[in-house]
Design a protein around this ligand. Sequence first.
Ligand code: SAM
Ligand code: SF4
Length: 335
Amino acid sequence: MTPSKPAVQLIDRFGRKVDYLRISITDRCDFRCVYCMAEDMTFLPRAQILTLEEIYTLAKAFAELGVKKIRVTGGEPLVRKGALELLQKIGSIDGLNELAITTNGSQLEAMAASLKEAGVKRINISLDTLDADKFKAITRTGDLQKVLNGIQAARSAGFEGIKINAVILKNRNHLEVNDLVQFAVNNGIDISFIEEMPLGIVNQHDRSEAYYSSDLIKADLARNFSLLVSAEKTGGPSNYFRISGSQTRVGFISPHSENFCSTCNRVRLTVEGRLLLCLGNEHSVDLKKVMRANPGDMAVLKQAIIEAMLIKPEKHEFNIHEQPVILRYMNMTGG
Ligand code: SAM
Ligand code: SF4
């Protein structure tokens, strides 16, 4: 009897298995968060971005190469026309265990139930403050109440996991970390605090002055909550703590104070079809070019993805005290 062929897997030069893909389905957004974008952004012309069909083909190719989890993000993924249908199609790909999205929550009130029906299991919602004026100042255009309504709609829809993402900046929202955790506890959801990353040039603050480390946040939280160290990992860079007496997990994504690259299991696809091998490096492969030069040829596309693993860098090198070396913004990156 011939042994069955082992499933193809994506393994990089450092022996890390890549089984998680994040796809940015649009660079556009209805917000202009101060850490993510410049106020005056120009977005990509349509011809330069992947069609929904191309995104689906890429998702399928990755799933056939052993990717188990896909997170759809942006820009704001839910402002792209056809996002729901795309999610539905991705959700039905064989072999995928988990479809997740990251959203700013602005469209969730209307869309949460349909997203659940489309097969989305987990949802991350960005929320940096519970103060409506500060929310407007940070997002430049956002309406806090809409997002809060969106979070309640997501809770009613019954996702397997809902998590708040909060980027904490000194003197902007660092005094709110306890309120944000209390909000998560009250709503029975998780929360992750993210250190700002130097992606693209922002003009409203100096990133090194705004840096507020995960350790400072933990010390602030320790005054109100009992944080229990948790060994749980969700396949991401977060280190988790449990809040004693609640279901809430508090995660810390600390690209500066704690390098998480050794366990990196992910790659990112930009809406231009560029496969980014690392958040903090420019190493990439143009999969749109491969696809458009070889229409319908899944084997060629899969080979290009396998070969891309050879240039996945060992780790990111962020230095918030210098001008960013990565000129692409987070909305282009698929954060
Ligand atoms: N628009 C959606 C949202 O805001 O959730 C999805 C895309 S957004 C780029 C994904 C996540 O990246 C958000 O949680 C946002 O707060 C975070 N983010 C954006 N720019 C960042 C930066 N420079 N450093 C760290 N996190 C950033
Ligand atoms: Fe838009 Fe998300 Fe970037 Fe804010 S963080 S500008 S909501 S893409």
